[in-house]
Design a protein around this ligand. Sequence first.
Ligand code: GLN
Length: 478
Amino acid sequence: MSYLDKTIIEINKALKEGKTTPKELFEQSIERAKKYQNKYNSFVTITDKYEEKEYNFNNKLAGIPCAIKDNFSTKGIRTTGSSNILDNYVPVFDATAVKKLKENQINIVGKTVLDELAMGGTGTTGYTGVVKNPYDITRQAGGSSGGSAAAVASGIVPFALGSDTGDSVRKPASLCGLVGFKPTWGRISRFGLFPFAPSLDHVAYFTRSVEDSAVILESLAGQDYNDYTSSNKKVEKYYENLNKDLKGKKLVVIKEIIDSVYDNKVIACFNKSLDELEKCGAVIEYQSVDEKLLKAIYPTYMVISCAEATSNNANLDGIKFGNRQDGASIDEVMFNTRTKGFGEFIKRRFVLGSYALAKQNQEKLFLRAQKVRRLIVEKVNDLLKEYDAIVLPASGDVAPRFDSQSEKLSDNYLIAENHLAIANFAGLPSITIPMGKKEGLPIGINITGRLFDEQTTLNIAYALESKLGYKNMMGGNK
Ligand code: GLN
């Protein structure tokens, strides 16, 4: 037995009682990271350096090992974004989220694999190879924060940092049996997180319990003068205020999204979850949203995110930093650097984004997508005037196999596998937790709350987790 198999709250108790030490946890974590690297490929970099310090275990995060997605700047630790173009990039500063974790005496064990520059949902496009699902290595861990998900689900760390632009934490959380949380846009500073599409980007993270998720939010949230979009709203006592009593809470299920979920087991687990939520006192109702709007989520997301991505990644040219290629002129250097440095999937996205931003197309594509985004956000905010949260299956099925040939443009797929992006369009707090298993593989449920109402969102998840008992889940053989 290792205390690494426990939740943060439990580890903290063991640390206080002297049953384990931060050094022992760190060493066990590194040992597992190395041992599983061939199997799951969670890490780009494993950091061997441990520095002894005076720990204060009244802080629940003190001495806890954690992993960081490799698109957060870490001072002195190579940060690649899982892109060849940044293969040799060592940042000179820490992202605010990383800085805050360090202030809370967390120990970083490594940087995790992502889909290249966070643009993907499979965990297969990072330049150091494919991430595998700890529940079944013939399947995807999901993405883009796949390495972080696999590290937590395989018991290497009890918590890992990720980022979520469309669903990149909440979807892999579903596929790997984890709690994945993205709070309100602006709740956590994005300073030092590589921008993909800043109007949609969120700092997010994986844990194996809702309590742990609440503890981490307290340490990461807050205003930051390095990110002027970070909110000055007071940081609440999310952990202390966790409450399983949902009396008076009204939840809504979007009918057309449920109708698009094709897997019977997912539906059965979801219905059971709704029953449990009712037992906790919540009232659940179904409401309709125009199917046209729901089918528009994916194209709208692609146009906006690719447009922002092409502009935000223009700095990756090999001139100031990164993996520079030779060339006879500065133009040729940039051309060769980008040609060699980027993988084919993100090149396609840059083409798409540049096309949408081209003067002659802007009105028809980019501005139109902004308008559709607005319509979706208005519809969801209308629902949230009446309801405290939206509950839905996080995914239509379990983790796909690497060779799966799903029909990505079918109406069902478009809706069931892309609706999590609604919370990015609207900046809403949104959490995925496990709600069951199908043939041993995890299935997740998603809860999306009102702006800055992290507490209610966490409380609903907390109540449901305690009823269902899917807590501290791990896959694989440790
Ligand atoms: N899967 C989505 C995409 O391909 C989301 C990515 C993300 O949230 N970073 O872009």
